[in-house]
Design a protein around this ligand. Structure first.
Ligand SMILES: Nc1ncnc2c1ncn2[C@@H]1O[C@H](COP(=O)(O)OP(=O)(O)OP(=O)(O)O)[C@@H](O)[C@H]1O
Ligand SMILES: [Mg+2]
Length: 621
């Protein structure tokens, strides 16, 4: 144990002498309350002695110069094992509920709490499995060995499983840095705690249900795979227009109140990831409360189980120590990688990376570093890259396929996207969902701009979509082109008014309006429309584009636009005109009601065909 003495305190940055022999990024217990810190720099002090710069993760009221700082000799690590799912942690993996029961609503400094409940019993089922050495993308069936003595303890080897929640089976894996050797002991099927030894090797290594991992180090993988499977979010503007891959990276930049949090909540609720890690980083506390109160009661449409049974929350709200906010995203990614290594698809929401960057800036300032753009440290882009680089679809060390997808909200001050965090983030992500202030003001939600957003995954996920509906790429492109055309036409309309345009061009405006209202807008509070399955997503867009094509034909035959706008499939019912119905299809027909949607499509085609026929006949006469 290396002991040092505090010489200087500047907010969450503390300097101490006597820690020269400690390693960089070692965890240090600081002061009388033994609060947690991390050595982030070792530099020449004023005298000859090395001075350690320590970043402290808790409130340090009462800390004094001269207090002790003790290095623990290990880097800042998280405990990985069953029991993570459904828990709420702070940035350094302290379980907030345990601390609440211990300290009340405000955590005391130096409060610990076991990251995982050491008394809880888990039903361990042994399944020593040989990892397959080939590099095929498909995981081979897990082979249960009968004579466990011949099994080598290779990194990632699955020793057994425990049922963590209804939806998640936690695989007990040999840690990545194992000494190797043969497995000589495997625990029989039984109820065990996380500290129980469940396997031993002939090199004297023992494995329990849980393992430690340093948060700043990415967990190793066997191979990186192409991100060619989309993360289905159930949000049309995302899935159809700007798709994100499993293992991909996305940013949601948006000014104040434009819907960043709502979009992330919607994705966290409905996306088809197996595990969700929600990092509330520097945002308002009540937004986390919303997640806490809402998620347990929500049902996953795919598994029929509570959404909290697949979610881990990391809460570092605006009023919590700033240094812990800096580390919270690494904690989150590490937990994600752990589940990825079991072969799960994990999605991380970080709200917001701008607040995280502000934490970085504050700490850098306290360390008196030379500031770069807008006061952010020069290493801001490096840090952002390190974070987003940990996303990916991979072949794990035990030959399963898993992924970590990262979705970061960016809140540029004043909605100015030219500021450093947005600009640097843009370099490292491949999916950009830009929230538009005008759309948000017009209550067009999600306010994702269709002109300034982009996704570089569209080509990669195309084969997947082709399986759903071969028309995906064509319909998507036609709709995007139409919206572009509309933008040009609206500029003309602004100058000379809509009446100057010929009917075929005014039809573009009409259809664009239908796409916006009937396809792109998706209200998170609408029971039917809050989540839209892929086949329905595309069917809606196909119907709208079909309307456009047929209507354009009618206009060519001489039908005035006004006639098309007044078309009605049934004058007596209350459903309104075809045009009105098109805008409401999304919330009229549920995800299961494919027949209803198809029936509407037929009625629409018939009235359009009748109109076309009447003009063909007129021509003949
Ligand atoms: N998809 C949506 N459906 C319905 N309403 C929405 C949607 N997205 C946003 N809103 C509305 O916009 C409001 C603000 O959204 P939100 O809190 O997500 O913004 P934000 O960008 O996270 O704001 P801040 O910058 O304060 O964090 C919400 O309270 C809600 O009323
Ligand atoms: Mg928000």
């Amino acid at each position: 144990m290396i002991k040092g003495k505090i010489t200087r305190i500047s907010g969450p940055i503390v300097r101490a002498t006597g820690l020269g022999a400690a390693g960089l990024f070692d965890v240090v217990e600081v002061g009388k309350k033994k609060i947690i810190g991390e050595i982030i720099r070792l530099e020449a002090g004023r005298g000859k002695e090395t001075e350690a710069v320590i970043q402290v993760y808790e409130d340090q009221t009462g800390m004094q110069a001269g207090d002790e700082a003790v290095s623990t000799g290990r880097p800042l690590s998280v405990l990985l094992g069953p029991g993570l799912i459904g828990t709420i942690y702070d940035g350094i993996q302290r379980p907030l509920e345990t601390l609440f029961n211990q300290d009340g609503a405000f955590m005391a400094s130096g409060s610990r709490g076991e990251a995982l409940d050491a008394r809880k019993l888990w039903h361990f089922v042994p399944s020593v499995v040989e990892p397959v050495e080939t590099t095929g993308t498909k995981a081979k069936n897990e082979v249960v060995s009968t004579s466990s003595t011949t099994v080598k303890a290779t990194p990632g080897l699955v020793l057994g499983t425990v049922k963590e929640t209804e939806s998640i089976t936690c695989k007990i894996m040999v840690p990545p840095h194992t000494k190797g050797g043969n497995i000589i002991y495997i625990k029989e099927e039984s109820d065990v705690t996380i500290d129980t030894v469940v396997a031993k090797t002939d090199r004297g290594e023992e494995f329990t249900l849980a393992q430690w991992w340093p948060v700043r180090v990415p967990r190793p993988v066997a191979e990186r795979l192409a991100p060619d499977e989309p993360l289905v979010t159930g949000q049309r503007v995302i899935d159809v227009f700007f798709p994100l891959s499993k293992g991909g990276t996305a940013a949601i930049p948006g000014g104040f109140g434009t819907g960043k949090t709502m979009t992330q909540h919607a994705i966290a609720k409905w996306c088809d990831a197996d595990v969700i890690i929600y990092i509330g980083c520097g945002e308002r506390g009540n937004e986390m409360t919303e997640v806490l109160t809402e998620f347990p009661s929500l049902i996953d449409p795919r598994t029929g189980r509570s959404l909290m049974k697949r979610t881990i929350l990391i809460a570092n709200t605006s009023n919590m120590p700033v240094a812990a906010r800096e580390v919270s995203i690494y904690t989150g990614v590490t937990l994600a990688e752990f589940y990825r290594d079991m072969g799960y698809h994990v999605a991380i929401m970080a709200d917001s990376t701008s607040r995280w960057a502000e934490a970085l800036r504050e700490l850098s300032g306290r360390m008196e570093e030379m500031p770069a753009e807008e006061g952010f440290p020069a290493y801001l882009p490096t840090r952002l890259a390190e974070f987003y680089e940990r996303a990916g679809r991979v072949q794990t060390q035990n030959n399963a396929t898993g992924s970590v997808t990262i979705i970061g909200a960016v809140s540029p001050p004043g909605g100015d996207f030219s500021e450093p965090v947005t600009q640097h983030t843009k370099r490292f992500i491949r999916c950009f969902w830009e929230l538009d202030r005008d759309l948000a003001n017009a209550r067009h939600y999600p306010a994702i701009s269709w002109t300034d957003s982009y996704s570089e995954y569209a080509e990669e996920v195309r084969p997947w979509w082709d399986n759903v509906n071969v028309n995906w790429a064509r319909t998507r492109q036609a709709a995007l082109d139409l919206l572009k055309k509309e933008q040009r036409l609206s500029e003309i309309v602004r100058l000379i008014g809509p009446d100057a345009l010929p009917d075929d061009q005014r039809l573009v405006l009409v259809t664009a309006e239908i796409i916006k209202n009937g396809f792109l807008q998706q209200n998170s509070f609408d029971e039917i429309d809050m989540y839209c399955i892929p086949s329905k997503q595309l069917h809606l867009l196909e119907i709208i584009m079909e309307f456009h094509e047929k209507a354009a034909d009618c206009i060519k035959l001489g039908a005035p636009l006004i006639k098309i706008q007044e078309l009605d499939d049934d004058e007596d019912d209350e459903r309104g005109t075809i045009r009105e119905q098109l805008s409401r299809l999304k919330s009229t027909y549920t995800n299961d009601d494919i027949a209803g949607l198809a029936a509407f499509e037929q009625r629409m085609l018939i009235v359009l065909e009748n109109l076309a026929q009447s003009y063909i006949q007129k021509e003949r006469l």
